[in-house]
Unconditional design. Structure first.
Ligand SMILES: Nc1ncnc2c1ncn2[C@@H]1O[C@H](COP(=O)(O)OP(=O)(O)OP(=O)(O)O)[C@@H](O)[C@H]1O
Ligand SMILES: [Mg+2]
Length: 308
């Protein structure tokens, strides 16, 4: 199936000369939830803004629903709903009017039945005729989502949907995103929170300093997280891993005083018992054993931290 959004070799240099995106390529599958995970200044908002046509690419090509975002801007943009990072709403407007206005901007015929459905889906029905100024921050964020959905887009971009939101509301937002997905909308959201990506994404893309470092199914990443390391400290350093232990793929520390064994916690047998027997057989003596589990956090930090 053709991707609903296709970004090819996108580079974005701002007028200041700063290159915020470098050779970014990314395909988004229809119906998925993709989390764009990266630290402050990574280029997440820039990427979303460029896909949505708010800023122009310096080079590269973007298609949404098969439409080039520059040559066929209106067709591409009509398929997109954008919930911006900053809350910018008309404080004295009623919720329903604000949502109607957004729909009108896209040249769609009025359709209150649809809009009321959107409000209901976002638990905003009882706020329908209230002024935005009277709503809490979390409710305002929902109004932003309602506005972004007002013209019936197929792709929804959520830029930091839960920044500054308390734990309970964050879970609410996750539920809302899951319901939107179930209704057939493709969702791309940005976040700093690893646990957020872990909780709701189908795929995770890690971005740092304007480059995509990794795009992977969450399940595959989780499987990687099921990997554990056993660090075996030896009483005497070894110059190399003994040939008799080759099958274990041990990694020798630089000074030779430790060997590291990777195993899968989900596997039926970890092989540890046999390894310990074979170590003894190879004449090695243990000083200590430590286990360590890799986490998504570690994978992430490892990716975005520069080697010293
Ligand atoms: N209009 C602009 N002109 C020049 N540089 C900009 C402009 N907008 C953003 N930048 C720079 O581009 C880089 C990426 O910014 P961007 O807002 O895309 O990051 P982000 O990943 O969304 O960060 P955050 O998590 O803080 O929202 C930053 O270094 C930022 O200072
Ligand atoms: Mg941002």
């Amino acid at each position: 199936m053709a991707p609903i959004v296709s970004v090819q070799s996108l580079t974005k240099r701002y007028d200041s000369g700063f290159e915020a995106l470098t050779d970014v390529s990314l395909d988004i599958r229809e119906g998925e939830i993709l989390a764009l995970l990266g630290p402050n200044g990574a280029g997440k908002t820039t990427l979303i803004s460029t896909i949505c046509g708010i800023t122009n690419p310096t080079s590269g090509r973007i298609e949404v629903g098969g439409h080039d975002t520059i040559e066929e801007f209106r067709a591409a943009r009509s398929l997109i709903g954008l919930v911006p990072q900053e809350i910018n709403l008309e404080p004295f407007e009623k919720v329903i009017n604000s949502v109607r206005f957004s729909r009108g901007l896209f040249g769609q015929a009025p359709n209150d039945a649809y809009l009321d459905e959107v409000l209901a889906r976002l638990s905003l029905t009882d706020k329908r005729d209230q002024k935005i100024v009277t709503l809490s921050g979390g409710m305002k964020r929902r109004v932003l989502i309602a506005k972004a959905l007002s013209h019936e887009p197929r792709v929804l971009f959520l830029d930091e949907p839960t920044a500054g939101v308390d734990v309970e509301l964050r879970r609410d937002m996750w539920d809302t995103v899951a319901e939107l997905k179930a209704s057939g909308v493709t969702i791309i959201l940005t976040t700093h929170y690893i646990e957020e990506a872990e909780a709701i994404a189908d795929r995770i893309a890690v971005i740092n300093k304007g480059r995509i470092l990794l795009v992977q199914d969450k399940e595959a990443l989780m499987a990687e997280m099921g990997r554990k390391e056993l660090r075996i400290e030896l009483t005497e350093p070894v110059a190399e891993v003994p040939a008799a232990l080759a099958e274990y793929d041990l990694e020798r520390s630089e000074d030779g005083t430790a060997l590291t064994y990777c195993y899968d916690t989900h596997a039926e047998s970890t092989g540890i018992t046999r390894l310990l027997t074979d170590l003894r057989g190879a004449g090695l003596h243990l000083r200590d054993l430590q286990t360590r589990q890799s986490s998504l956090e570690e994978i992430f930090v490892g990716l975005v931290t520069e080697p010293a």
